[in-house]
Design a protein around this ligand. Structure first.
Ligand SMILES: O[C@H]1[C@H](O)[C@@H](O)[C@H](O)[C@@H](O)[C@H]1O
Length: 616
């Protein structure tokens, strides 16, 4: 890499003139294109759009399954275990392929990996749409999961590598917008096809083939990332791609900077060895990996997928009894997630990654506390069991005195009648072994269509505090979606040097998927031991830990060229955060050969633009 301040560099030329250089980093950190260069060519937006279809498929395939399952469990007579398998197998497969994606990415390139993922998505989609039985369905869900894992780690890297620095955050965050957009469209499709009780699930699961094929066709014509091309010695092609994606801007400096950085990295890492071991033994990349994996872990530990998954139940608590109504209201929940991700796209280049993540975590934590308080109030006013039918099997359900402990036992449900908000004739009875939709026997076994049968509540209790929970849910999504939703993906796409980028992103995406499985599989057990409010207080605590982690360790990467970002990780891990506060000076290390010897001082002006001066 050409050191900043090296004779001949743009920044040094200004410094040589004796000015206290106020030239920003290669592109304006304030969100402006460098030196007022010509505007970014539309081609970059086309690239971002076709890549982000991978995000859309990630969102669609993880989101669509809940609605499809409502129909499938009846059509295929699925046991609870099979339902669990069909939902979690995709996430599990995504974890495995995200981890393997690092090797594939370095070996085949970003473009080939995206093509591979869209091919896998198309194949899996066809398989799901035509599945004759549950085994083929399971294989289809695993195939789709393999596609999701590869796409989830490749797409942000590709977009980051083709974007100009001043737009990088926004364009990578668009991928997250497509994820939540995919989840939203999936919930609308679920709603629309829920009326086709016979084959609706085939359309729900199969429709993902359309965006997958579109992405495949698009990527046949789109170029490889110039950074990967340079890393693999294809210099001419890299220059051509750079010219295409930067339009009439001068690409010479960017080309030189990437090339120098590749050459220097090659010198440093001569001798090879496994990339992950090299990452771990090299301080700055090790610290970047800890920050990247930590962010992804905390994203999942903030309970987003529990909240999304649990939204239907929260709505039932609030008095929505009809299945269809609950499906449409769940679509409103994912719409909230989507709309607020849009706010993140707007904010990321304006306030920067760090402030956005911190603000988001603070709001997410407070909303989780509100959710927990809502559940606590509901538990305290939990309706008593007033009707005790004779239990033929002497199950544990007859021992519970109120709704709360009854519904926390996975084997029991609450059967009651309502008169306005008053709960009458309530009993705690065993759930049917084949379906949680009704009781094993008694009044809540057979539902009649005349609306006179009692209400069967599995997993929730009727409560007059549901509005507190509902408010907590909406506030949670409004705070999570702009920051903690997209930032872990965005930050990971930029913090690793080129040689470590594929592996770093593979590890952090793998961590995201692993914690996704862990949180969703443990939620009901955690709730069983700690009650619902205990579970949400636990998530609140984890979010405050995340806040401390981000406060201490996440540096601001806004506006910096990818090749310069690693310098932010030169200091101690938990001083990372200190390198980026506004209005403060920070040392910017310059690489000389393989060492970091001299320094430039950078000061952030009030817009967050970085000014550099060189110490001689
Ligand atoms: O960033 C995404 C997004 O926030 C989704 O809504 C969530 O389901 C995913 O797990 C997460 O990785």
């Amino acid at each position: 890499m050409r050191p900043m301040g090296e004779p001949g560099s743009r920044r040094q030329r200004a410094a040589d003139h004796g000015e206290r250089s106020l030239i920003g980093p290669p592109s304006g950190a304030s969100g402006e294109p460098p030196d007022g260069d010509a505007s970014t060519p539309g081609f970059v937006y086309v690239l971002a759009f076709f890549s982000a279809l991978g995000g859309f498929l990630f969102g669609y395939d993880t989101g669509v399954v809940s609605g499809a399952m409502l129909l499938l469990k009846r059509r295929m007579n699925l046991s609870a275990l099979w339902q669990e398998l069909l939902v979690s197998s995709t996430v599990g497969a995504a974890a495995v392929s995200a981890l393997a994606g690092g090797v594939l990415n370095g070996w085949l390139g970003r473009r080939m990996c995206i093509l591979l993922a869209s091919f896998i998505f198309s194949f899996g989609g066809v398989m799901l749409a035509l599945a004759p039985d549950k085994v083929v369905l399971l294989v289809g869900r695993i195939v789709v999961g393999l596609g999701i894992g590869i796409a989830s780690m490749t797409v942000p890297v590709y977009i980051a590598e083709v974007s100009p620095p001043h737009l990088r955050g926004q364009l990578v965050t668009i991928n997250s917008l497509f994820i939540t957009g995919g989840q939203f469209i999936a919930s609308v499709v679920d709603g629309a096809f829920s009326y086709l009780s016979e084959d609706g699930w085939r359309y729900m699961l199969g429709l993902s083939v359309l965006p997958a094929v579109l992405q495949f066709l698009g990527f046949i014509c789109l170029p490889e990332s110039p950074r990967w091309l340079l890393q693999n010695g294809q210099n001419q092609e890299a220059l051509q791609v750079l010219c295409r994606i930067r339009g009439d801007q001068n690409v010479e400096e960017e080309y030189d900077s990437i090339k120098a950085s590749v050459e220097e990295e090659e010198r440093e890492v001569r001798g090879g060895g496994m990339v992950i071991l090299r990452i771990l033994s090299h301080g700055p990349t090790r610290r970047a990996l800890i920050v990247g994996c930590g962010l992804q872990m905390f994203q999942q530990l903030s309970g987003i997928n529990t909240v999304m998954y649990y939204s239907a139940t929260i709505l039932q608590m609030a008095g929505v009894r009809d299945d269809r109504e609950a499906i449409w209201l769940a679509a409103a929940t994912s719409a909230t997630n989507f709309v607020f991700t849009l706010v993140g796209v707007w904010l990321v280049e304006r306030v920067g990654r760090r402030k956005l993540t911190l603000g988001s975590l603070l709001g997410t934590g407070l909303s989780l506390a509100l959710l927990a308080v809502g559940f606590l109030l509901s538990a305290q006013s939990s309706p008593p069991v007033t009707f005790h039918p004779v239990d033929p099997n002497n199950s544990t359900c007859r021992l519970y005195g109120s709704c709360e402990p009854c519904t926390l036992d996975p084997g029991c449900g609450f059967c009651f009648r309502e008169n306005g908000t008053k709960v009458l004739e309530s009993s705690c009875v065993p759930v049917h072994p084949a379906s949680t939709d009704h009781a094993a026997w008694g009044r809540c076994y057979n539902k009649t269509e005349d609306g006179k049968s009692p209400i069967w509540a599995y997993n929730y209790c009727p409560t007059s505090y549901s509005w507190v929970v509902l408010m907590g849910l909406i506030l949670y999504l409004a705070f999570f979606a702009p920051g903690m939703g997209p930032m872990p993906w965005t930050v990971n796409s930029e913090i690793y040097p080129l040689w470590a980028r594929s592996t770093g992103n593979a590890c952090s995406a793998g961590v995201n998927w692993i914690f996704n499985v862990v949180v969703s599989l443990t939620f009901l057990h955690v709730a069983e031991y700690l009650t619902y409010y205990g579970a949400f207080f636990l998530y609140t605590g984890l979010v405050f830990l995340a806040l401390l982690f981000v406060l201490a360790c996440l540096p601001e990467t806004r506006g910096l060229q990818l090749e310069d970002i690693q310098n932010l990780f030169m200091g101690q891990l938990c001083s990372c955060g200190a390198s980026s506060p506004t209005h403060s000076r920070h040392v910017h290390y310059i690489r000389h050969g393989s060492g970091y010897s001299s320094a430039q001082y950078g000061a952030l002006d009030s817009d967050g633009a970085i000014a550099y001066i060189t110490l001689k």
